[in-house]
Design a protein around this ligand. Structure first.
Ligand SMILES: C[S@@+](CC[C@H](N)C(=O)[O-])C[C@H]1O[C@@H](n2cnc3c(N)ncnc32)[C@H](O)[C@@H]1O
Length: 222
């Protein structure tokens, strides 16, 4: 079974992810989500996990000892380790698909000004960012990564749904409609009611190209 282990100072934040498709995947034992509280591994009598940065500067830095001890307690030597970081490569669908192939993934969530570099080096963690902006902590990025990784684990969602999704074929998805047929004078495109699957596929492809051209022309360059 696939297992994703999160190292965090704020384990309660991950309660918010256990809904909908993620909950069903967990309930059906398609993957396991293991949330580890780094603070439990602090050797400080007050369970302190951060300290001032060497060299000076604003803010605090997460200490190496609790992180390394938390990681080593897991005994997950072959795991793929990720550190959520604005310095990292920007996360995308291809990365989510590739990460879904690993049996064991560990995600280290930073906080404050980040983590002591030695923790990143000892864990041999790949730095991955969720975008070119700075967040307060790595918990939301980790949840984004978990959500998109587990969608790509077999059985979590219908394989057919993955096929046409945005980015799956280098394009963004076509517009979707459901009932009613007319809402406040706005009708569903008649082609979707025609029952002619070839024409519907052609229309969807055209719309995908149009939307991609408008919103993400960079995707069409590849
Ligand atoms: C306030 S940020 C630290 C930013 C760091 N001082 C810098 O300038 O690169 C605290 C933590 O949030 C997480 N984080 C913030 N922005 C992120 C992003 N865009 N992608 C992934 N993680 C992020 C990282 O784990 C980071 O260590």
């Amino acid at each position: 079974m696939h297992r994703i282990t999160i190292l965090t100072l704020f384990p309660e934040m991950f309660d918010t992810i256990k809904y909908s498709i993620i909950k069903r995947g967990l309930d059906n034992n398609l993957f396991e989500l293991n949330i580890v509280d780094i603070r439990k591994y602090s050797k400080d009598q007050h369970k302190k996990c951060d300290d001032y940065p060497y060299g000076g500067g604003a803010g605090m830095v997460m200490m190496v000892q609790p992180i390394v001890d938390a990681f080593r307690s897991l005994k997950l030597d072959g795991a793929k380790v990720i550190y959520t970081s604005p310095r990292g490569k920007v996360f995308n669908q291809v990365m989510a698909q590739n990460l879904a192939k690993y049996e064991d993934i560990v995600i280290l969530c930073g906080h404050y000004e980040g983590v002591d570099q030695r923790a990143i080096d000892i864990l041999d963690a790949e730095e991955i960012s969720v975008g070119d902006y700075v967040l307060t902590g790595g918990e939301l990025p980790a949840m984004i990564m978990v959500d998109s990784i587990v969608r790509n684990i077999a059985g979590v969602i219908n394989a057919e749904s993955l096929k046409d999704e945005s980015f799956s074929n280098g394009l963004l998805e076509y517009p979707q409609y459901t009932r009613p047929e007319v809402f406040e004078g706005m009708a569903v495109p008649s082609i979707l009611l025609s029952g002619h699957h070839q024409n519907i596929d052609r229309w969807r492809k055209e719309m995908s190209v149009e939307i991609t051209k408008k919103n993400r022309p960079d995707l069409l360059k590849d």
